[in-house]
Design a binder for this molecule. Sequence first.
Ligand code: GLN
Length: 231
Amino acid sequence: TSSGSGSGAKVLKVGSSIDFAPFEFQDESQKDYQGFDMDLIRAIAKEMGYEVDIQNLGFDGLIPALQGKNIDVIISGMTINDERKQNVLFSDPYYQSGLTMVVRSDEKAITKFSDLKGKKVAVQIGTTSEAEVKKIEGVEVKVLNTPADCFMELKAGGVDAVVNDRPVNDYFITKNGAQGVKALEEKLTAEDYGIAIGKDNKELQEKVNAALKKLKENGEYDKIFAKWFGE
Ligand code: GLN
């Protein structure tokens, strides 16, 4: 990890793909990055005695940036899986997620994942959605840069469905009040999010886990959770 300037505080360099509300996003009213992940990593860093420097990178560029040591950690709604574990360490899980599907409100032919055969589906590049949808036989997969691009493509009629993380789909529809689309109930997968850390940085992994544990014990994690997911 790098040492900070001036104050002498240690700086945790964080990478995130700021396109994933309510986990990481930016709105016009505030220039600071917002969301559950942003609050969580700021709290973790504070607990560790670090300042944060958050860099906005494309989702598929996050693991390469970590491997290249341009960043110290990734927090980006990133699912813990075996493929990624070959390249990074993960913290303990911090959020239970999974994949669901969004279709146009007037869609009749698609009510479940097995209806996707012969259909066009948009997914975000480098995600578990891309990997999982490519496993379904007979689906034409359109790989786009962000979930927003995927939703736009759905509304424009370029695809028949979007597969993406459940909480992000739900937030897009309920909080953002997206018109003309609906989320389906069925879950394709259950997934846990983790903070990714350099493969050779076991010490940092331990510090992050200790801080996360502390925040779960002292109620801080619950507060952040309630802020973004409470009623
Ligand atoms: N959870 C999904 C993954 O890890 C999507 C994450 C994202 O798009 N930010 O691939």
